[in-house]
Design a protein around this ligand. Structure first.
Ligand SMILES: [Zn+2]
Ligand SMILES: [Zn+2]
Ligand SMILES: [Zn+2]
Length: 219
């Protein structure tokens, strides 16, 4: 049970990082904004909502009507891995600039609390979900706490999410759960030590008894 709880916490943290680093999860954002509206804000590399939007303005694409939008991390990684070749049609000397208008527009998109999103929709595959249900049926208490949690109704701008997570009750609860797991671990350890000490005590007592018997015999 302990192991399972640990894995769960780690997985949640990973998911949260994916959600907050780099381009923004499109499914999460489209919870509150229509996909149609999000089309022009999508990173052409990862197809999520561009974080720190960058627009290409290579002369090769002067005639292209479509905005060529990328998330900053995605584009820089791509250029690094491809010797600076343009991700659109592999020409050299890719030119780009920070699109401040789009950055502002994206940072002002209203989203739901990412932790609540994970709880409601989750990136859990079907199999993982089944495992999850299975565990809670067996009465794993830590899982039940998470599943029955009261929800976070926060809605706010993408720009404010990191701030929200500092005070989000779901984040606090996650920390409490972590502390709870840690305490459970310590208790298990103490119990083990206690048992070892008891065994040692018994051993010493029986040794003492043997010596007592020998002493009696000698006398
Ligand atoms: Zn991207
Ligand atoms: Zn180009
Ligand atoms: Zn929240």
């Amino acid at each position: 049970m302990l192991l399972h709880a640990e894995e769960d916490t780690e997985k949640n943290e990973e998911k949260l990082e994916i959600l907050l680093e780099g381009c923004h999860n499109k499914e999460w954002v489209s919870f509150t904004t229509s996909k149609e509206e999000l089309k022009k804000l999508t990173c052409l590399i990862c197809h999520q909502i561009a974080e720190n939007a960058i627009e290409l303005h290579c002369k090769e694409h002067e005639e292209t009507e479509q905005l060529l939008i990328f998330g900053e991390q995605c584009l820089k990684k791509y250029l690094e891995e491809n010797n600076g070749k343009c991700p659109v049609n592999q020409h050299c000397d890719c030119q780009y600039f920070k699109n401040k208008m789009l950055r502002l527009q994206i940072s002002e998109l209203v989203v739901v609390c990412p932790l609540q999103y994970e709880l409601t929709v989750g990136n859990l595959s079907k199999q993982e979900k089944e495992e999850h249900n299975h565990t809670s049926k067996e009465g794993c208490e830590t899982d039940v706490i998470v599943l029955n949690d009261s929800s976070c109704n926060y809605k706010g701008k993408i720009a404010d999410i990191k701030n929200h997570l500092k005070s989000c009750k779901l984040a606090l609860k996650q920390n409490t759960k972590k502390q709870f797991d840690l305490m459970t671990q310590q208790i298990t350890l103490l119990n083990q030590q206690l048992k070892q000490n008891e065994e040692r005590c018994e051993r010493l007592q029986s040794e003492l008894q043997v010596e007592k018997n020998q002493t009696t015999l000698c006398l």
